[in-house]
Design a protein around this ligand. Structure first.
Ligand SMILES: [Mg+2]
Length: 350
């Protein structure tokens, strides 16, 4: 599989998992079963007034990608760039689409923010909204102690740039002040990067990522849960709605990551993996998105059921972002380098 297929599979896969989970995000498993039967929700069902609607998770993931692309343009043209600050500016553009005023001046240039389909509220997380509203300048760190999953759910695009762990953790910190909240995001992006760059299996990527980062102060909670997931996997212990509920609901960072990883590790197909990731009492759209990113980056867009891709909201936007990411040289490190004039026109470096 080539790099573009991995990027597209990752971004589209995450969005598809988000859309599958959107109608049941706030439903307990008992209510999901009562509505959709013993197998749970297995297909797109209307949410937010349409079939295939994505949520704030995919919206913020796209703006994170925009920030990374703008940072590339800025770094290439000016030679130096603080990547998390440029991602912050992009996340503040997302805040504008939610109809909340930022405290700092935000440029509404570039193509992404002018996609009207993004200007829609999809149950955005309070932590992200409040932290972004309170930002006093680009790069301002969140003044809260939240470890909600709102950083993990948006950082997948970091996997295709420079040091994914640092970009994801440092940009996660803009909204989530708890170490687990942003370091779990770093670990997720690092796992994805190992799969993209080295064609690692998911299991190997997790093991290597824990070996490199697992002893960092603040990663204890995330490491403990991921080690439990690996143990379950080796024991052949598969996720069911009841077992996922026992494991945790996924509203917090380490649980969302662990549930998504468990469902992706044990998946027999892309479809089966994301279905298992959304059928539980917790944060179904975020765990669906995490499993979808992990499966899509391994198996590419071909593995995603056509009936889901056809109805996926923002599909064209997501594919364009994936193609634009692929234009950035993989050895780009955040400083200087090749200049791409096509990217420059669409991702102003501010
Ligand atoms: Mg959501």
């Amino acid at each position: 599989m080539n790099r573009l297929e991995r990027i597209k599979g990752c971004l589209l896969g995450g969005a598809v998992g988000d859309a599958l989970g959107a109608p049941v995000e706030f439903l307990e498993w008992n209510a999901i079963r009562a509505t959709f039967g013993a197998q749970g929700i297995r297909d797109f069902t209307p949410a937010y007034g349409r079939v295939g609607a994505v949520t704030d998770d995919t919206q913020m993931m796209l703006f994170t990608a925009e920030g990374l692309l703008r940072a590339y343009v800025r770094g290439s043209s000016r030679g130096i760039c603080h990547v998390p600050s440029v991602i912050h500016h992009a996340l503040l553009r997302w805040l504008m689409t939610q109809d909340y005023p930022p405290a700092t001046h935000v440029s509404l240039n570039g193509w992404l923010v002018n996609e009207r389909a993004l200007w829609s509220r999809r149950a955005p997380g309070n932590t992200c909204i409040n932290a972004l509203k309170a930002s006093k300048h680009f790069g301002f760190l969140a003044e809260n102690n939240s470890k909600g999953c709102g950083a993990v759910m948006r950082v997948a695009p970091c996997a295709f740039f420079g040091n994914a762990f640092d970009y994801a953790a440092d940009s996660g910190r803009l909204t989530h002040g708890h170490l687990t909240g942003y370091l779990a995001a770093g670990l997720f992006a690092d796992i994805l990067q190992r799969i993209a760059d080295r064609q690692d299996s998911l299991e190997h990527a997790i093991t290597e990522s824990l070996a490199e980062h697992g002893d960092k102060p603040g990663l204890e909670e995330t490491r403990t849960l991921l080690e439990r997931v690996l143990f379950y996997y080796y024991e052949g212990y598969r996720p069911t709605p009841e077992r996922i509920d026992e494991f945790g609901a996924g509203w917090i960072a380490e649980e969302a990551l662990a549930i998504g990883v468990w469902c992706a590790l044990t998946a027999t197909s892309f479809e089966q993996g994301v279905i298992s990731a959304v059928n539980h009492s917790g944060d179904s759209d975020s765990t669906g998105l995490i499993a979808g990113h992990l499966l899509g980056i391994q198996y590419g867009p071909e593995a995603i059921p056509a009936r889901w891709l056809e109805k996926l909201e923002l599909r064209g936007v997501i594919e364009k972002v994936a193609e634009d990411i692929e234009r950035v040289p993989r050895d780009y490190s955040g400083y200087g380098g090749e200049f791409d004039q096509v990217i420059e026109a669409e991702y102003p470096g501010d």
